[in-house]
Design a protein around this ligand. Structure first.
Ligand SMILES: [Ca+2]
Length: 213
């Protein structure tokens, strides 16, 4: 495995990336604007290999993936979950479409050896939830966790190293989730890790190294 640093950083550090350019295109999933809050359907299903329905993203980054759903929050109002808003804007992605399992991926332009901060908001479809969510970075699974249940959002943060000029990010449901409901994601952000934080990490590493001598 060519991944040098894997881990979740405390939420308190999430503010480090504020103001930096987001390397993720359409991390908010607001395009496409084909969903209309005034009338159904409030979600559309995008199947593996679809590289156009979700601007910037391709559906199905893993073997066995079937589909994801692009969901307008109005859908949940109709289903009796009036408190289940998108985390940002009005749309989000259900990573187990109709049906799952499913994933979305995007290739990010990166600098080898540089550290990046990945963050995204996650929740679950109310169908059979809460649901498991898988995160892949540069071909490796860096997290597999139970997302919050419907109506609750949590922001996950990761500090990750790039090994190539292009790094693939994949967000997916449990590969065994064949239902119509999965983990839901919104507000995906990747920013370069500030040099100050990288230096802090380096210093901590040196400290550990010295203690082991
Ligand atoms: Ca959104």
């Amino acid at each position: 495995m060519n991944l040098k640093a894997i881990g979740t950083i405390p939420v308190a550090l999430a503010g480090f990336g504020v103001g930096a350019q987001n390397f993720v295109f359409n991390g908010d999933f607001e395009p496409p604007e084909t969903l209309d809050a005034s009338s159904p359907p409030y979600f559309i299903t995008a199947f593996s290999g679809d590289a156009t329905s979700i601007s910037g993203w391709t559906v199905g980054g893993r073997k066995g993936d079937v589909s994801v759903d692009i969901v307008h929050q109005e859908f949940f109002f109709e289903q009796g979950f009036p408190k289940f808003f998108a985390y940002s804007g009005v749309q989000m992605i259900d990573l187990a479409g109709s049906p799952g399992p499913g994933s979305i991926w995007q290739d990010i332009g990166t600098t080898p050896g540089e550290m990046y901060q990945l963050s995204f908001a996650c929740s679950s479809n109310f169908l059979g939830g809460p649901h498991w969510l898988e995160v892949q970075w540069d071909g490796a699974i860096v997290d597999f966790f139970l997302a919050p249940e419907a109506g609750e959002w949590v922001v996950r943060n990761y500090s990750l190293m790039a090994t190539g000029a292009v790094t693939r990010l994949i967000l997916g449901s449990d590969p065994n989730n064949f239902s119509n409901g999965g983990p839901v994601v919104d507000a995906v952000v990747i920013v370069p890790e500030p040099a100050s934080f990288a230096a802090l990490t380096l210093n901590l590493s040196l400290l550990v190294f010295r203690r082991r001598k």
